[in-house]
Ligand binder design. Sequence first.
Ligand code: SAM
Length: 264
Amino acid sequence: MRPKSSLGQNFLTNPGIVTKIVSFSGVTKGDVVLEIGPGRGILTDRLLETASRVVAVEKDDGLFAFLSEKFSRRRNLALIHGDVLEIDMRELISPDMKVVANLPYNIATRILLRFAEIPDLLHSMVVMVQKEVAERICAPVGHSGYSALTVLLLSVFECTPGFVVGPKNFFPEPKVDSRVVKLVPRENHLPQGERDRFRQVVMCSFGQRRKMLRNSLLNLPGVTRDTLPAISLASGIGLEQRPQNLSWEEYRRLSRAYSQIIVS
Ligand code: SAM
């Protein structure tokens, strides 16, 4: 089976890195783990030894057949043939599940944003992504990597960077470094009912990254130069700021003010 770059197939080859990922994930007996993209099963094998039960979703037909054979005797594995972006997560996930994965890099951010819709079902996520993506996820306010992705994930998760993994630990070797990241749902995460509006405000703000908010927010439906002062007053946010200088909590205030003043 030749690795398919279209499915982000860079398989881990170093068991020492697998040990470090599982240790960083904190998975122990009693845990139920969801693995996305088990590939050839190097991480799955270790998760099956460490956790009580593993649910693993693989899209690739050939790998699914290979894994079904390889793990045919494992009673604590549920192998699912499907696309993690299309499956109904609520059917897959049991409460307090730990997600552990070496994600397909081409769709890693889309996968993370899907999980950001169901924080109440998750205990934690430990995922390996491209190093540059990990740095965007964990970027502090004001940093050049601080982006819409950072804010959307921070509104739901506390994000902690883990260790860096070089290309030599994979087959085929990717062109970039990788990094493990831990995401744990916040207790005070953004409620589901506010997420669409919040996302709209964040995406609009970062749509024109170099502009002050008072200019970019004019692209939101209903916002005019006349209504901007009321939004600023209600949110307590100075709109001369640029998008990378607001914390996720400030975006929450901004999106609440937008809802109050324009939408209602
Ligand atoms: N876990 C293995 C490892 O560490 O060696 C493989 C990781 S590889 C980076 C990503 C895996 O995700 C591949 O097995 C690929 O086929 C699978 N994959 C890609 N897109 C997927 C999708 N949409 N849904 C489920 N699995 C997917």
